[in-house]
Design a protein around this ligand. Structure first.
Ligand SMILES: CC(C)(COP(=O)(O)OP(=O)(O)OC[C@H]1O[C@@H](n2cnc3c(N)ncnc32)[C@H](O)[C@@H]1OP(=O)(O)O)[C@@H](O)C(=O)NCCC(=O)NCCS
Length: 173
């Protein structure tokens, strides 16, 4: 597996991966109306271009095929983590998360947080996150149950001044 920062040319691939992931992997947790609201088909590529531009994204590739991606902010927010349906339970999300976590630790982040879907709660629990709040949110007219989750990082893992890494982080590395 190769993990690399995303490029502008990845937008269509990542938007399609997200859409397939939601419609396939979230089936047991969200109904068809919810999945359609979460991931409209076809995906709006202008929306995705704008959304990904504001985030740092790492892409996992297997034999040059995108198998998953994670998007995060330098304040510790994990915004997106989606694996292609053919590649689940192979440790890809764990590898992506670990890479993002290392970057955030080097940036001086002391806690990492996300809003986990019902489908991802167990994954984040396995990474050491705990639920801080159960939430109900409306997306494009559909209601979703999700969990605000947080992982406090050990201060022993800190130690590198954020500014030393700002250029590297800007490139998603
Ligand atoms: C949740 C998701 C990111 C996990 O990706 P993955 O690459 O399959 O995860 P990993 O293989 O790294 O799993 C690591 C561990 O997390 C836990 N885990 C992962 N998926 C799980 C699931 N569906 N149910 C229960 N536990 C799960 C397990 O402990 C797993 O270890 P194991 O396989 O040895 O039992 C992926 O299923 C996905 O994209 N889901 C749909 C989209 C989604 O909800 N994304 C998150 C939005 S917040």
């Amino acid at each position: 597996m190769n993990i690399r920062p995303s490029e502008d040319s990845d937008v269509r691939t990542l938007a399609n991966l997200f859409t397939e992931s939601v419609h396939d992997l979230a089936v047991g947790h969200y109904d068809s109306k919810q999945r359609t609201a979460w991931a409209p088909q076809p995906p709006d590529l202008d929306y995705w271009h704008e959304r990904l531009t504001s985030l740092h994204t790492l892409v996992a590739e297997i034999e040059s095929q995108a198998a998953g991606f994670i998007s995060y902010e330098l304040n510790g927010h994990i915004d997106l983590l989606f694996i292609s349906p053919g590649f689940v339970r192979l440790g890809i999300a764990t590898a992506l998360y670990s890479r993002a976590e290392s970057i955030l630790i080097k940036a001086g982040v002391t806690n990492i947080f996300t809003e986990a879907s019902l489908s991802a709660r167990a994954f984040f629990g396995r990474q050491g996150f705990h639920v801080t709040e159960e939430q109900s949110v409306s997306v494009r007219g559909a209601l979703f149950r999700r969990f605000a989750m947080r992982k406090l990082l050990d201060s022993a893992q800190q130690g590198v001044a954020p500014d030393r890494y700002s250029a590297m982080l800007h490139n998603g590395r």
